[in-house]
Design a protein around this ligand. Structure first.
Ligand code: THG
Length: 262
């Protein structure tokens, strides 16, 4: 599974403070720790409190690139913020994210194509978050059709069914899992699938347990990628074990140490 570390997000108090104070060392430490624990890429989100996201994202990208070349997932609902991050980025970029709205698709799909970036498509529209798997599939198909129209490679598209907290949308969990499977059969070649994992446990007790249980179940439904906390060792070990059981790794008694990435 492709792991995107979620911790460089201004919603976390230490990162929000580091962004305000332009404390590069704090951001760089967070980047390197996540990579050491197995992150393949890093999500970069200025957070809801950032007053200058256009300059903050550039500063974040530059600070991170001083210490690592891993791909960066530029996480903003504002296309101008993503464009600004792209200008600063030297390495591979994942645009996080586009929605199923024509005004967003018309800006962000060509932007991803121009920059040779991967693209995360959220199955959400101006009408809001879908209520069931049929609405999710319809929005996913809209995004795939738009990428095909615009000549963006569907293999570089990651569809996100939008994971909701289990304490508030318990009846939707099975639909979200089914969506992961259904998205893969929209087109050939298939789009990829991704989730923002920590959403599932927001406001619950036993967050780590809820996260790793959902991730192993999603793995069985064919999930390709996840934005998560790679410092959660139990979560990372559960992910490796799920992939072992799905026959993606060859069994050996020391499989955990063999397949931990670093
Ligand atoms: N899909 C995509 N991108 C995303 C999300 C998604 N990006 C943002 C988010 N969702 C994924 N990242 C996080 C990061 C942190 C948390 C959840 C998702 C989180 N934070 C603690 C909380 O809210 O309780 C904050 C704790 C603190 O303040 O210290 O849970 O779904 N494509």
């Amino acid at each position: 599974m492709f792991i995107i570390g979620e911790l460089i997000n201004g919603m976390y108090a230490n990162i929000g403070k580091a962004i305000r104070e332009k404390n590069k060392a704090e951001i760089q430490k967070c980047a390197l720790e996540q990579i050491k624990c197995g992150a393949d890429a890093l999500d970069v989100n200025c957070g809801p409190a950032s007053k200058e996201p256009i300059t903050d994202i550039q500063w974040l990208v530059e600070a991170i690139q001083e210490v690592t070349d891993v791909p960066l997932s530029l996480d903003s609902s504002k296309p101008q913020v993503i464009e600004s991050g792209l200008k600063a980025a030297r390495n591979k970029v994942i645009i996080n994210s586009v929605t199923a709205d024509p005004d967003k698709l018309d800006i962000l799909v060509p932007m991803a194509k121009r920059h040779n970036a991967k693209l995360i498509g959220l199955t959400i529209s101006a009408k809001g978050i879908p209520k069931d798997k049929d609405q999710r599939l319809e929005l996913a198909a809209t995004i795939v059709a738009d990428c095909l129209d615009k000549g963006f490679p569907v293999e570089d598209l990651f569809l996100d069914p939008i994971v909701l907290p289990v304490n508030f949308a318990q009846a939707q969990m099975k639909d979200i899992l089914d969506s992961i499977h259904e998205f893969k059969i929209i087109s050939d070649p298939s789009p990829k699938t991704i989730v923002g994992l920590s959403n599932v446990s927001q406001g619950t007790n036993a967050r780590s347990l809820v996260n790793r249980t959902f991730l192993t179940m999603a793995a069985a439904y064919g999930l390709d990628a996840a934005i998560l906390d790679p410092l959660d060792k139990d979560l990372m070990d559960a992910q490796i074990t799920a992939e072992l059981i799905l026959n993606k790794h060859i069994y050996c008694d020391s499989f955990l140490s063999a397949y931990r990435k670093k």
